[in-house]
Design a protein around this ligand. Structure first.
Ligand code: FEO
Length: 178
């Protein structure tokens, strides 16, 4: 059983994860437009990661007998379609998500809600990875420079990214239904 405060805060986090998905989808579209299909692929895999983050919270509320409340998702605001600026924004956005996850963890701890604490610690680790991924790409851009050849190489590299999370969020297994 979750408190109303925890359910509300997780619902807010679901909205932030969905917004993140929307943001990366918009970034992916911009890179596709420019012909950087590999970079677009990386960002679209990131879209799937964010949807998974949202659905993991969603399923947790359901499992705990709570009610997911889906709020409006803001339109993503892209500052630039420049590759380096895009990844700077990815990092900045992930830092924001990290602080949001920390806030949720602090609430779970304050409420002595150990089940939610366990769940949120998974996201704490995930955020280390999310920030590292963006940082690695920015570091590569610094090492390679930002000429056309370097961007082409990065495009090929990022085109290799595949999703490591399940893409089917259907929680109910019909075979297991009574
Ligand atoms: Fe769901 Fe990229 O944090």
């Amino acid at each position: 059983m979750l408190s109303k405060k925890i359910v509300d805060r997780i619902n807010l986090q679901i909205n932030r994860e969905m917004y993140s998905a929307y943001l990366y989808m918009a970034m992916s579209a911009r890179q596709s437009e420019k012909g950087y299909n590999g970079i677009a692929n990386w960002l679209m895999v990131q879209y799937h990661e964010e949807m998974f983050h949202a659905m993991k919270f969603y399923q947790y509320i359901i499992d705990q007998g709570g009610r997911p409340v889906l709020d409006k998702i803001d339109a993503p605001e892209l500052k630039s379609d420049d590759v380096k600026e895009t990844f700077k924004y990815v990092l900045e956005h992930e830092q924001f998500v990290t602080s949001s996850i920390r806030e949720l963890l602090e609430l779970a701890l304050a409420e002595k809600d150990y089940a939610t604490e366990n769940l949120v610690r998974w996201y704490v680790d995930e955020q280390v990875e999310e920030e590292k991924n963006a940082n690695d790409i920015l570091q590569n851009l610094d090492l390679l420079g930002e000429n056309k050849q370097a961007l082409f190489m990065l495009n090929v590299e990022l085109g290799k990214r595949t999703a490591t999370i399940p893409l089917n969020f259907t929680a109910i297994d019909p075979a297991a239904a009574p």
